[in-house]
Design a protein. Sequence first.
Length: 226
Amino acid sequence: MDPEDPHSTGLEVPELVGDGFRLRAVRDDDAPRIHQGTAEPATERWLGHKPAPYTLEHAEAYVERRRDLLATGECVTWAIADPEDDRLLGTVLWFNHLPEVECEIGWWLHPEGRGRGLATKGTRLVVGHVFDTMGVARVTALVAVGNTASRRVAEAVGFRQYAVEPDGAQVRDGWTDLARYELTAAEWAAAERAAAERAERSAQNASTSTANPASDSTAPITNGER
């Protein structure tokens, strides 16, 4: 806890390193990238709760709000950052935390971050961190039914759709159906064990192939005659 702020929870944003990206705290200098990506039509259409038009001032306020929510323990937000130049390529966050029960997770990508699997990999990294450190029984995700890209991310991470709420999602042009997803701690642990077993089998197969190399198929085949 910050002694100068009695309301501070002492939460921090730990840096998490993934394949081709790193997750770090959102900073003031990320605001232009957040503005640029959020105002992009393909993103903005799903963000009916955001101001329109979405300005740089709105993005700056968003960054400041991340710090406020971190201080009160309500939300932790990571920037998905390029490992080479550290530019923001999206965000992943957890929020709506009910201790020992659940929390919700969300994600968003800048156009320059698309097509690289970053939303899936970043979300998977945060989900693992949540289960490892927060002791929740499940993680949830809410996605507009028509947002097929985000639904693919949820399903690739391992989330299971359990309900559709009619007109539950506010989008730019009104309201649309909302797909509700969840991933339990037991499901996550089982998936992690299965992935570890696959990796072990793959390593064993690679080791066997190295120890017993295949014969050169281009060598001449003889019947023993000289």
